[in-house]
Design a protein around this ligand. Structure first.
Ligand code: ZN
Length: 180
């Protein structure tokens, strides 16, 4: 009775929440400002705001991503070093997730690491999740909103940046928007 009421209320809540996740589909890829508030609203688990608000099947991702974007974002691939369009690119603006359009990095956090991939010393607050690789050697970074693979983060390499962290990100995982 009481417990089934709560169960029912919870499943209604979940259904309501998931219907909010679909404006992408209604508006087409990259639902802009309508999608992001939905992602930010998210839903709470144990008091922690879960940002994984963009959930699609592999089939749905394949429909909106290029084969290379799918290989890197969804299958954790890596672009060949020195080939990405943002490797040596320093215009002013914001880099968003190429999968779900969530803003991830400001150009002011970008620096030249010389490693062959775009490097940032910090992401936008709450935009990026970290996961230890299974081999324990590296820390993977993903888009907090859609789980898309971005690259890896390294710390303590001695770069003269405010954080001494290097977010080593595939250009393919990013989409740049100029400041003006
Ligand atoms: Zn994303």
């Amino acid at each position: 009775m009481t417990s089934s009421f709560y169960l029912s209320a919870a499943s209604n809540l979940f259904t309501t929440t998931t219907t909010h996740l679909n404006p992408n589909r209604l508006l087409g890829f990259g639902g802009g400002f309508i999608r992001f508030p939905a992602a930010k609203r998210g839903f709470r688990r144990g008091g922690v705001l879960a940002m994984a608000a963009v959930e699609k099947s592999n089939e749905e991702w394949r429909a909106i991503l290029s084969p290379e974007q799918f290989r890197i974002l969804r299958q954790k691939g890596t672009e060949y070093p020195g080939t990405g369009p943002y490797d040596k690119f320093y215009d002013e603006g914001v880099y968003s997730c190429a999968g779900c359009a969530t803003p991830l990095y400001k150009s002011t956090a970008k620096f030249n690491s010389g490693c062959g991939w775009p490097a940032f010393f910090e992401g936008l607050p709450g935009a990026i999740n970290r996961h230890a690789d299974p081999d324990g050697m590296r820390v993977e970074i993903t888009c907090a909103a859609c789980g898309g693979h971005l690259g890896h983060v390294f710390k303590g390499e001695g770069f003269r940046t405010p954080t001494d962290e290097r977010h080593c990100v595939n250009s393919v995982s990013l989409k740049f928007t100029p400041a003006n």
